[in-house]
Design a protein around this ligand. Structure first.
Ligand SMILES: *Cc1c(COP(=O)(O)O)cnc(C)c1O
Length: 451
């Protein structure tokens, strides 16, 4: 087995070069600290830039009047798709008790599981990219005039234009859900290529909205490939490329600007004396990558971003550790990419995101499915927050930061005496749209495992 060759080297050689990779191969939970992590001050140019992120935020602002009429659930937030930030102290105390450690700092959750319209972090990037495309089309066809109110997108005239165009996407579920819902509402024809992980209720919901759902027996990479192929044959079909799209990335990055304001409003300081740690569940990398990138541009060295992946789908972990990025898949290392965390069931990471974050990401850790389920039930009991399995991956981050493995990172970045004033944010990426019966099964699975 270990003679298997990956990119010209045997697994044994890879393991000797990266000892942690052997643990990843053995499906152990690991914390990997990025040895290429650098102070942001060593970076001179930023591509995409802060102006690009601001441009995305302004575009979402222009579309707010449309979102508000098209999706009445957003009336209260004036058409802005945003989630709350709240403290989860009981969960923190419970985590501390379980590992028998004092966990310094405050623990918060960013509630993207409850984002309106599609109930996951994909309501950021996914919806943004479709709106951007709709705006581009409306401009190039002369429908959108200077100073026009964007509620015009909810008119027969605009729908007539969009009905001549189509949108395609490949997804493990949630991206398809977001793209499908917004595109169908605008009047586009939509094709969602779903991997075998995608849940039946998501496919049913999409079909009920007139979306064409195409199913595959294979995993996410195949679904994306097929979507890409389909759109190449049709010049009126736009492909939302989860592996490479800068627009998706920018839509996600807007979250950083919004979070920064929320922290200010809640009087939570982030500065050289008050470090911020953010733990983001990672699939292909676009969602967590966009958020982390935006946060680094805003908070610089005062924010420390970590990605979290299932032990069976550690694609970004392997891609970053070996610097092979999208040239390698978890299957190359005999890892099966089978996980109950369907939103994270991705075997090959985005090369684009891995490279952008090469020196900005602090590290990646992995979590077993069993622990995801246990945390799911714990969080439900202690905080009455119901998440889907993928969304729990960030919860263990604060424990990792207090472990032996993290000591080197804490010291190198002069954080030891600041941990008492640290702020930790778990990015809760999905869950509010999971049907009740399904959620009950998740809860019971976790409940059984913890007994
Ligand atoms: C998609 C998704 C993620 C990760 O986003 P990527 O862009 O695939 O890395 C995390 N959690 C949930 C629930 C998701 O649906």
């Amino acid at each position: 087995m270990l003679e298997k060759i990956v990119q010209g080297k045997s697994l044994e050689t890879w393991f000797n070069e990266f000892p942690k990779l052997r643990e990843v191969y053995d499906l152990k939970e690991v914390l990997w600290i990025n040895d290429k992590y650098e102070s942001i001050k060593s970076k001179t140019s930023f591509e995409p830039s802060m102006d690009d992120i601001l441009d995305a935020m302004n575009r979402l602002g222009r579309f707010a009047s449309y979102i508000k009429v098209a999706f009445p659930v957003t009336r209260e937030s004036d058409g802005i798709i945003e989630s709350e930030l709240f403290e989860i102290e009981m969960m923190k105390n419970d985590l501390a008790k379980k590992v028998n450690m004092d966990l310094e700092g405050r623990l918060f959750i960013k509630g993207d599981h409850a984002l309106p319209i599609s109930g996951s972090i994909k309501a950021r990037g996914g919806i943004y990219e479709v709106l951007k495309h709709a705006e581009d089309l409306a401009i190039s066809h002369g429908l959108l005039k200077e100073g026009m109110d964007y509620s015009a997108f909810d008119s027969e005239e605009f729908r007539a234009l969009f009905s001549q165009h189509s949108i395609a996407v490949g997804s493990t579920g949630n991206l398809g859900l977001s793209i499908g819902i917004i595109s169908a509402r605008l009047g586009f024809k939509v094709y969602v290529h779903m991997s075998s992980d995608a849940k039946k209720w998501k496919k049913d919901l999409l079909r009920s909205k007139g979306v064409t759902v195409i199913e595959y027996e294979s995993d996410y990479s195949k679904a994306v490939e097929e979507g890409r192929k389909q759109s190449e044959l049709d010049d009126k079909m736009y492909f939302v490329d989860d592996e490479n799209s800068v627009n998706l990335f920018l839509g996600y990055a807007v979250a950083a600007l919004r979070l920064s304001k929320q922290l200010k409003d809640m009087n939570i300081a982030v500065d050289s004396e008050h470090p911020l740690f953010v733990y983001l569940p990672c699939g292909v990398g676009g969602g967590p990558g966009g958020v982390a990138y935006g946060l680094k541009l805003i908070f610089g060295d005062n924010v420390h971003c970590f990605f979290a992946e299932p032990t069976h789908s550690p694609c970004m972990l392997i891609g970053m550790m070996t610097s092979l990025h999208d040239k390698v898949s978890v299957q190359d290392f005999d890892i099966d990419n089978k996980t109950a965390a369907d939103g994270l069931a991705v075997g090959r990471p985005s090369g684009f995101v891995g490279k952008i974050l090469e020196n900005l990401l602090s590290g990646v850790y992995s979590v077993t499915d069993e622990n995801l389920f246990i945390m799911l039930s714990d969080l439900a009991d202690l905080e009455e927050i119901y998440l889907e399995p993928s969304a729990l991956a960030g919860v263990k981050g604060i424990v990792h930061m207090h472990s032996e493995e993290a000591k080197g990172y804490i010291e190198k970045n002069n954080l030891a005496d600041k941990m008492k004033d640290s702020v930790h944010i778990v990015w809760a990426t999905g869950g509010s749209m999971v049907p009740e019966a399904e959620m009950k099964l998740y809860y019971e699975t976790g409940d059984k495992l913890r007994k």
